[in-house]
Write a protein that binds this ligand. Structure first.
Ligand code: M6R
Length: 604
């Protein structure tokens, strides 16, 4: 979602700001802009589309100044136009913003009688107007920002720059993260440490409600109560901020191919000696019920884990998407463990759902890929999924590492509740330990999957089918296909087919069936036969045993290695990812930053 950077430098900051914004491109955006203060005067440059448009503009129309702020915008209020692009300005103040100002209409009405009227469609401009109003009342920038922030409803990260102030930026955090970077006589602000990585590895993360007054000498931070706050400076590991395609054409393929390695790392951390090893605080004997909440791909990892928790650990498990859970206001019974899954750890809906569960669930555990994230910090226990930075908007390695941790949690749960023996646990863990090799075998099918994708690319729509945990795999496959190729895709539990979607079947609708040779195989194959009986065009993804039983009549076949209950959904995710990737390649879509999408969805 929107990216924020700010620099108080020794040299011209425009090129530094653009470079920092480039490092935030992965978040997804549709316009970009920067503002500087130079010889006391504020100036802005903004452009729609990719950052290269802003760089080109700056070549012809440069922006001088040693202090500046920049922004990549993911449109919420108002179309993606130059006019609506950040920074927004009003008189002596300019501001960039990530989040939503919910009361912007009321604020506009309040400011109108004072001669301040909006000239854009955005909520953000109202922040600049309000701050300008307070400055006009005689407040200095510090007091004006405090007064402004106090009047804002919603979730935001804000960064202000002022006319006549070449040694001041003011940052405010409520609901969206911000990091302060410490340089040598220079200071920086960024949405995350990644943006600031080439400039500094010394980072201070703002807490909820903090306002930071940043000068080249350092940052003074006040907390939500207006008290001076002492926030620690952390050294960020350079490895954690490396953004590099490592020779791959896209971040997505790099991340797909990293899966065997990052899964091994997760197994080494969470099952070092052949059994699940989680912090003692996670004592499953305390719980009678599990609630899991997430969005998008994280939701599908939870849906997969529901099968594991219920079938292996015999514990009732409810799964919901965060945007429904938070407003559904479900009763949470005593002895409930609430699990929140989020790659970014900043997804607004998941964070709000977590806050709803606070004080109701017995324990809140999050699975995150960003240890400093809001969701991690607000959980009783945050488990790092150890996938490494995921840059591609379409989540891949985070998904399979989420599955890895959830599988181990289901085993720990079954073991602690006495329904799974130590021997069974050891067998399951050994199955998981074999997955990185199975993944490598699956990745060898890349060229074959590319051929399948080329045949699929002209389709208007694709249907994915699966049973049991493979239903969740089918849902994840459909999500990947939609976000990357823009082809409409749906997934059904294959037993549901005859209750409606079978009406769609004709030779033009590709149907992809995930069917490992397991206890549900015959059932899934019966549904596949129903599709073929209606001249459906079937791609069967199975293993050698499955192919020998049921390949007749299918148009395409993919042979994966033999898998088990835990390994199947992890291994079968890889062809699903590659199929979407290669279909997108065939269609020429923007793979790492698909249209309209953002990596970290920090607004509702
Ligand atoms: O950062 P999160 O895991 O909380 O993000 C949730 C979804 O926005 C995310 O999984 C989204 O669906 C991805 N683009 C899927 O590839």
């Amino acid at each position: 979602m929107c990216g924020i950077v700010g620099v108080l430098g020794h040299n011209q900051v425009a090129p530094i700001l653009v470079e920092a914004l480039r490092r935030l491109e992965y978040r997804g955006y549709d316009s970009a802009g920067i503002a500087t203060v130079n010889k006391g005067a504020l100036e802005r440059r903004r452009a729609v589309g990719k950052l290269v448009n802003l760089s080109d503009l700056l070549v012809h129309n440069p922006l001088a100044g040693h202090a500046g702020i920049g922004h990549t915008r993911w449109a919420t209020h108002g179309a993606a136009t130059e006019h609506n692009a950040h920074p927004h300005a009003c008189g002596p103040v300019t501001v960039v913003h990530n989040g939503i100002i919910e009361n912007f209409r009321a604020l506009r009405e309040k400011l109108a009688p004072h001669g301040l009227s909006a000239s854009t469609d955005t909520d953000t401009e109202t922040v600049a107007m309000l701050c300008a109003y307070h400055l006009a009342q005689g407040l200095d920038p510090e007091a004006a920002v405090k007064a402004t922030v106090a009047e804002l409803d919603g979730a935001f990260a804000l960064l202000f720059l002022f006319e006549g102030q070449e040694d001041l930026m003011i940052a405010a955090r409520k609901g969206s993260p911000l990091a302060i970077g410490h340089g040598d006589g220079e200071m920086y602000v960024g949405s995350d440490a990644i943006a600031l990585a080439p400039m500094t590895d010394q980072i201070t993360y703002l807490e909820e409600g903090d306002i930071a007054f940043v000068t080249r000498a350092g940052a003074k931070i006040i907390d939500v109560n207006g008290q001076l706050a002492n926030r620690a400076k952390q050294k960020i590991e350079t490895q954690a901020t490396v953004i590099d395609k490592a020779g791959h054409k896209h971040f997505m393929t790099k991340e797909i191919y990293e899966q065997p390695v990052v899964m091994s790392e997760a197994l080494s951390r969470y099952a070092p000696n052949g059994a699940p090893a989680f912090p003692e605080a996670l004592d499953f004997s305390r719980f009678d019920r599990i609630v899991m909440v997430a969005c998008g791909t994280g939701y599908y990892s939870c849906l997969t884990a529901k099968y594991w928790f219920e079938q292996i650990a015999r514990i009732p498990c409810e799964v919901d998407v965060a945007s429904e859970f938070r407003y559904r206001e479900p009763p949470i019974a005593p002895r409930t463990l609430a699990i929140f899954v989020s790659q970014s750890g900043e997804t607004a809906d998941t964070l709000a759902a977590l806050r709803y569960a606070q004080g109701k669930a017995d324990m809140i555990v999050s699975l995150v890929n960003v240890g400093t994230s809001s969701i991690a910090r607000e959980s009783d226990l945050a488990l790092a999924i150890l996938a490494g930075i995921e840059v591609s908007v379409a989540s891949t390695k985070a998904y399979t590492n989420q599955l890895t941790l959830l599988a181990l949690m289901a085993l720990a749960c079954g073991q602690q509740k006495g329904v799974v023996s130590d021997e069974q646990v050891a067998t399951y863990v050994s199955e998981l330990r074999g997955v990185p090799d199975l993944m490598r075998q699956a990745l060898k099918l890349d060229a074959q999957i590319a051929d399948m994708a080329n045949a699929l690319a002209p389709a208007q729509s694709v249907l994915f089918l699966g049973r049991g945990a493979m239903f969740a795999t089918a849902l994840e496959a459909a999500l990947k296909m939609k976000e990357l190729s823009y082809i409409h895709a749906e997934a059904y539990a294959s037993g549901e087919l005859k209750h409606g979607p079978i009406a769609l079947i004709d030779p033009t609708l590709p149907v992809v069936v995930f069917a490992p040779f397991d206890r549900l195989f015959d059932k899934t194959v019966s549904n596949m036969q129903e599709v073929m009986a209606r001249h459906g065009n079937v791609t069967l993804i199975t293993d050698a045993k499955g192919l020998s039983e049921a390949s007749a009549g299918t148009q395409n076949r993919l042979e994966l290695p033999i898998t088990g209950d835990l390994s199947g959904p992890i291994v079968y995710a890889l062809p699903a990812q590659l199929l979407a990737y290669h279909t997108a390649m065939a269609k020429g879509t923007d793979i790492d930053q698909p249209r309209n999408l953002a990596k970290s969805v920090t607004v509702e």
